[in-house]
Design a protein around this ligand. Sequence first.
Ligand SMILES: [Zn+2]
Length: 665
Amino acid sequence: MSKLTATATCTAHGAIVEQTGQVVSQALLAQRVAWLTGLARELAADLVAGRWSAADLDALASGVGLDGRVLPAKGWMAARRLGWGVSPASGVHVCDRVARCAQEQAARLLRLALHRREMVAAIVATWPRDPGRRTDAEWDALRAVLPDGAGAAEVRNRTRQIRAYRDKHDGVLPADLTQLEGPPACASQIVLAAADRQLATLERTGERSARLRVKLPLTACPASARDWAWHVLPIALPPTVPAEAKLCAPTLRVVKGRVRVDLPFQIPIGFAPATGHVIGCGFDWGLNAVLTGTIGHLTADGRVVSDGRPLAYDAGGVSAKLHRLRAEREHLAAKRTHQERLLAGLTPADARFAELATAWEVISVEHERLCARIRNLNKALAWSAARWAVDQAVAAGATVIYLEDLATLEARGRRGRANARLSGQVRGQVVEAIRHLAARHSIAVVTVPARGTSKYCPRCGDGTSMLRHCPAPDRLAERGWAWAWCPACGLSCDRDWAAAERILARGLLGQQATRTDRTTGTRTIRKVVEGNVARARRPRKATRAARRARRTRTDLHPRPEARDRAKNRPTPKRPTRTPKNSSMTSSRVPDRRTVPAPPPNRGGQRPAGQAPQTTRPPAGRTGLARDPHHRTGFHRVAATPVLPLGPYADGPPRPRPPDLPEILG
Ligand SMILES: [Zn+2]
């Protein structure tokens, strides 16, 4: 049994001072927490700025303290072993635990910077001839020295940053990250994970509630220990925190006058093995859709058979919106830069200065808001797509999800430019979200090499017969992108679907070569094993009426009894409907709707990515109840419905889908 950590964002709406029983309102509590986070931020920012040098980062990266022992994993302990202390301003009394929290925050920031430093060093060491486009040899050289987990988008952004530095400094490349950028900004927050019971305690008081005790300052500049008091903060837990979850020490921050409690919790999860998978899902980063997938299984004789159903999560509308927002962000940023340039040339005494400064402020606020909007939309889209993908895997009884390795994706050149609609950053978020949600269902997530997945035919499978890409199935002779056609075997299908089938085959056939990263636990297949993918449709699960007909041995479609055609009675009159107001309506006009009524909108819209795309089954029944609308949380997303299908004709019996409480838990 391993553990999965997630974070619930809760709000503290008030508190009680423990000693006096005084009730503290939300506004006052927010002020006191803001004082505490402000004190911690100042200490952390001082420490980060003071240690922002190549020598100090080297010391941290070496992993060995002043006493020659290996540095501990906890940030504040590592900082103390290195002799990196913090000193509060004179006259301010800050207990040692607050200093610890500040050291923890600073150490986390500096350790994150170590990764960026490695990236910069690797890119500078293998600086390409043309920074806008690396050759295959240059990519290989770069990959050999890049730190683990470096994505293509990260490489591109860092390369741009270094190029800007080089252009500004007469062709000299930066020697270190500390030359390239200033010390990172510290957020106003207090990381209570570094504190102990002298600063904060947390206990769960019920299924939906917890109690946080924390020592807060009573003034902005506490002069002595008397200016600190224990506060009890009742916290309501969201329903995403299961009853058996273990709560960890939270982080406090103040957002818009409210105290936010970022509460990490751990839940036990089952083990997802690296090998031995029979049913799996393959997903491709689509050109036509965000994700395109296929479900398949490995037969007893080692062939891959897909169930012949393309799965697509098409967020074209949302992607277009993101594209527009990004363009507007660039526009605002350019405007702001221009205003800054104009302001630099004016003195505050100038009559135009005040007006320009106001305009600059307005544009800055607008820019911030736009950035937040893009960030939120990206996040919602990523989680919605991940939820859909994992739901598909659960419904199919799959034990593994195969994805393309993002690190090898960019090297394919053309594709990166063609699919600019979905940024590489969102893809990274989708992968992270899929990993998290899949872990909850004990489904393994494995990345496979991306090279050549959409180039060769999945049905021929030998890795030699090239697919031709054309605009549509009826324009096979033209050159295009959306459709794939194999002249050798005649396969004609959506290009992303063909790629998803090849990803699935590479995963299921190459699972013996799966490697698990020791520190992150991520699973990767680096070896390319090719094989063809057959398509065999699986029958739809029999409907309830069909099952009842089989059980009771009755006809599924009973026909009315044959009419007695003997002329032994008067011909009966056809029943006629008499309209209520015959002068208004003619019998020739049908008095029923010619357009089907819209489906009832039950229960409103749910937020993206929160719960499985299913509704609760009716009372007294278990199992998956299907949601006919398959809500994704977006209006303009078309996603393939999540359907549980019947067993494979030649494959293993399909495992029973788990009960809903299990999934929700
Ligand atoms: Zn073929």
